[in-house]
Design a protein around this ligand. Structure first.
Ligand code: ATP
Length: 294
């Protein structure tokens, strides 16, 4: 009996590990779309976060040499602050996020966190310091509690509830008959896009990384759901260095700083009011989205 039990238990463990790894990768691919293509240097060292200032310094990048995607992109996100990135489809917004997560190395220039060039760091230590809230969250066929805590072994139930509260999901989960044990995913409770995104936010709150990549929600959310998400996003980005990719300008009207990307170049920077007054690329994007009712 013991002989049978141990291997099965062990197999269950292995299965869980593999499934986690796959879903994790799938999730990141869902957001960032690309396989990992870089290797650690032999002398790579661990990222030492001292606040989490992110700096893009004259970054250029091309997926293939014939077609430059980013050209001389420079900006800094001071530790604990948020930068919203906007721009037309194909401008290179998600590419910035992929480079910060180091799915690729830059072609020219450098990306640094607290002065440390990403190419000199271990990928493990870099990714441990960065939380990602994708638009489309893939859930495990497991409980809500498991889905929130899987990146944070050792999290207490109290901590999970605190994360749910900040992610505007506490009432929703308390009303479920099985609470944290409620099964979700393909074989369980189906969650809306907004609820899934708030699960991702709770996950990141629990992981508590100093740096955050947000891929902000797009359409098809009613105003109540949208308000809950915005509140949850505010909770998760507070005091974290945040790169927020905004698809709809209405979500970033109050952002402290907005960077406008067009054809791989930074064309404008400022607050919503400043950029509207400037009457340039941002003002045109805004007018387009107002007209389309976005
Ligand atoms: P959207 O708002 O539509 O998501 P985006 O601003 O995020 O657009 P990116 O996804 O960064 O744009 O893409 C920038 C450019 O790079 C696009 O022209 C895209 O076709 C191209 N691109 C993206 N991934 C690859 C790839 N793996 N290989 C080649 N080109 C790519």
């Amino acid at each position: 009996m013991i002989q049978l039990f141990i291997p099965l238990n062990f197999l269950g463990f292995i299965y869980r590990e593999i499934r986690e790894a796959l879903t994790n990768i799938e999730r990141l691919f869902g957001l960032l779309g690309q396989p990992v293509k870089v290797a650690d240097r032999a002398d790579a060292h661990e990222l030492e976060v001292r606040g989490g200032t992110v700096q893009f310094d004259a970054v250029s990048f091309a997926y293939d040499a014939q077609r430059p995607i980013l050209q001389g992109v420079s900006f800094e996100i001071p530790a604990g602050h948020t930068l919203a990135i906007v721009g037309p489809s194909g401008a290179g917004k998600s590419t910035l996020a992929r480079l910060l997560f180091r799915f690729y190395d830059v072609g020219g220039g450098a990306i640094r966190i607290d002065g440390q060039d990403l190419r000199e760091l271990t990928q493990h230590s870099l990714r441990r310091a960065i939380g990602v809230v994708p638009q489309d969250t893939v859930l495990f066929n497991d409980s809500i509690g498991y889905n929130i805590a899987y990146g944070s072994p050792g999290a207490s139930e109290e901590q999970i509830w605190a994360a749910l509260r900040a992610a505007q999901l506490e009432d929703f989960v308390r009303r479920l008959p099985d609470g944290l044990q409620t099964q979700v995913g393909e074989r369980g409770l189906k969650l809306s896009g907004g609820e899934k995104q708030r699960i991702a936010i709770a996950r990141v709150l629990l992981k508590n990384p100093p740096i955050l990549i947000l891929d902000e929600a797009t359409s098809s959310l009613d105003t109540h759901a949208e308000r809950l998400i915005l509140e949850a996003l505010n909770a998760v980005s507070a005091r974290r260095t945040t790169l927020a990719i905004a698809h709809r300008l209405s979500t970033i009207v109050h952002a402290e700083r907005i960077l406008v990307l067009d054809q791989g170049r930074v064309v404008e920077q400022g607050t919503h009011a400043q950029l509207l007054a400037a009457g340039g690329a941002y003002a045109r994007l805004w007018a387009d989205q107002q007209r389309d009712g976005a």
